[in-house]
Design a protein around this ligand. Structure first.
Ligand code: ASP
Length: 317
């Protein structure tokens, strides 16, 4: 029976591997995607998601997460939530609500505490040290908005043909208190329709939101495009329009899966992603922008992995 999963960045590999085992055993798409994301959230080495995520400019880790069920379109999100171990589980729980399914700030945090979600201080010593380092005026001036962020985004297809999409992130390092990116916004950070396919995004949220890119990919797949064509066209035609009309387009990477289990990826930077299905083991791949507005995809190299390992586990001082 067909099942498949795709997820953003190298950090999602363990989560995707675990989700693949479960999908193979027949778990549903929603449980699989929640499991995948929560494994990334629980790994303190990843500086842009969950525990160990980098804080905002006030030194507070504020997280955003979203979940969508592709069968029913049920959708739940949290934004600027604090002290909650697994923001994704709170988002999924909220997707059961007909109203009040997207909560932000204190409201989101209170909901999590009241409903028995694990509460904990999400700021690790390592993240605090990096934040303190960045507080110096010199550093702040040099800091680009893009420094120190990524989102785990994932899409799953289960053996019954159901699909789900989800995201989780601590957003931009040194972001303003209360800043929210694309990740918890359905249509921008993620979108799922089991009859067509699903997509998720990572990159500068302020730009992704301008094009509602996850919905755009699903819409293109509904018109008959392959996931790869839909990702490439959604990204590169929008990036061009944004450059013309807004003056710039920052880093954006997109993943998609259709209801047959075919996948696609587009990026305007170097982008690692993970993918698996009932015929292929979980693997990490690298994508890069090629000429003619297409994305080239390569197998992962040992050297890239070794460098990555060093970067994520090094002590920051
Ligand atoms: N999209 C996320 C945000 O803007 C960050 C990222 O994926 O790199 O919050």
């Amino acid at each position: 029976m067909t099942w498949a999963a795709i997820s953003t960045w190298r950090m999602s590999f363990d989560g995707l591997s675990e989700a693949s085992v479960l999908l193979d055993k027949g778990i549903n798409a929603g449980d699989a995607v929640e499991k995948l994301i929560s494994i990334v959230e629980n790994n303190e080495h990843y500086k842009s998601v969950g525990f160990g995520g980098l804080p905002n400019e006030e030194g507070i880790v504020q997280m955003d997460a979203g979940f969508m069920d592709g069968d029913t379109f049920a959708q739940g999100s949290v934004a600027s939530i604090e002290n909650v171990k697994n923001a994704i589980s709170v988002a999924r729980k909220l997707s059961e609500n007909k109203t009040n399914s997207f909560l932000v700030g204190d409201g989101a945090t209170k909901f999590a505490a009241k409903n028995g979600f694990e509460m904990t201080n999400m700021l690790t010593e390592k993240a605090k040290k990096e934040w303190q380092g960045r507080l110096s005026a010199n550093h702040q001036e040099q800091l680009r908005a893009y420094d120190g962020h990524d989102t785990v985004g994932a899409v799953t297809l289960d053996q019954q043909g159901s699909m789900a999409a989800a995201t989780s992130t601590s957003g931009l390092f040194m972001k303003k208190d209360g800043r929210i990116g694309d990740s918890p916004l359905s249509g921008s950070g993620f979108y799922a329709d089991s009859q067509v396919g699903a997509a998720a995004a990572t990159g500068l949220g302020e730009d992704i939101m301008k094009g509602c890119l996850s919905y755009e990919i699903v819409r293109k797949m509904a018109e008959g495009q392959s996931p790869q064509d839909a990702c490439d066209q959604a990204l590169f035609s929008f990036a061009k329009t944004l450059k013309d009309r807004y003056g710039s387009c920052d880093a954006i990477s997109l993943i998609a899966l259709n209801s047959k289990g075919e996948w696609g990826v587009a990026t305007n930077v170097e982008f690692a992603f993970c993918v698996s299905d009932n015929e292929h083991e979980a693997k990490i791949m690298i994508a890069q922008q090629a000429a003619k507005d297409r994305t080239k995809i390569f197998p992962m190299t040992e050297k890239w992995l070794a460098d990555y390992q060093k970067r994520t586990e090094s002590t920051i001082d």
